[in-house]
Unconditional design. Sequence first.
Length: 465
Amino acid sequence: MTEVTGTAGTAGTAGTAGTIGQQGQGRGGDEGGHAGGEAKACPACGERMPVDRRFVVWCSACGWNADPSDAAPADGGTVDRMRRRMAQRYGEQLFAQLAHEPDEAAAPGPGASGAWAVALATAVHGFTVALLALGLWLLIAGWGEGLQPVLALLPLGLAAVLRPRFGSLAQVKRDAPVLERADAPGLFALLDEVAGAVGTVGVDAVVVGAEANASVRTYGLRQRRVLRLGMSLWATLGRQEKIALLGHEFGHYAHGDTRQSLWVGSALRSLDTWSYLLAPNDGDTLMDQLVNVVTALPRWAVHGLTLLLDQVTLRASQRAEYLADSSAARAAGPAAAAALMEGLLGADGAVTALEREVVAARTRLGGAAARREDPADGLWDRIATRMAAVPDHERARLRKVAELRGHSVDATHPPTHLRYRRIAASEPRTARVVLDEARAATVESELAGAAQAVARQIMRDGRMQ
């Protein structure tokens, strides 16, 4: 399945992310130890700091202890590190540029960088075709002549691994509940309205998962669209924040993103596959070292081509991400879009809360989950209640941590704090789509069956899909 949008995204490394009851500097270990109204003096500047034993104690005046773990993003290797550096640089440049443009500014055409991206992607796919042709030639021309047909298996196998994959809805249905238009007419009417508000069309199916995430993808040769809603995120959002989330995801279709096109996107995935196949062995044997030496040149060639393709696509991709945020603000209003962005910084808290529920259910420890016959009942409501209890001073700390670490959803997204600042500074405007209470109830009732199935699956399996 071809992913067409970047995720609106979990802010996976943006600090403790509102998790309740974790251990660490400045924290208490008891989930029930809320000390509302308590305060103490900051040891650095003397200002009074609110104390809540569920969360990090920090000073908003001077920033003391805002990021006690001081953890860097996970190291994904050379390509990932270079992608993050480029994403940070382009994100800051585009933030300054877009500050002087109206939110409705259209994305520029692909231009020279788009042409280069298509050319590089064509070279990647051309190599796959060359492998296929070589394998077929060895197989056919050398049939009955010793080892030639056997040698054909290697290029044919590589061509099969690197081939573009289009996916199908049948594959999706094997892994998660899927809703189509006949299953949820109210939900799809809302999706169509939000899509229309940002200048595109809706989706053909909705996949319901457990993760704190959302994305739009395409599948099949006709590139039909499917929306994936992670309940750990969806359940924690207010009504207009849900509209903002949908507006962001559909906004990727309203603003061109060469990186996520079928041709270029599949080439990037092929290069990722090559990087995986050519990754150096960790072993110390002579054979491991020999393999590493033999694969060094093609490995660095793949790394170089990946970074070159990143270079010509990343700026346009980041611009599309900023403009998707503008689509969220246009559909739901700037306040709701900013609240969504802030909520994403704390998405790890929802994941941690879900993990705690799973542990409690599987070990039958005390608490509400252990007393119910089916711990999946009310799971998403409990996650939402936990996240609603995150106080304002913790949300402010997460924004601070995101800025200190230069956090982004992944190695290709603009820095999260810049995305938040841009939306928060937007001119007030009326939302194009308003989700009232009655309509929201209809949508949630149509999602309820799939959401319950996901809750039961994760309680049974103990892991995300």
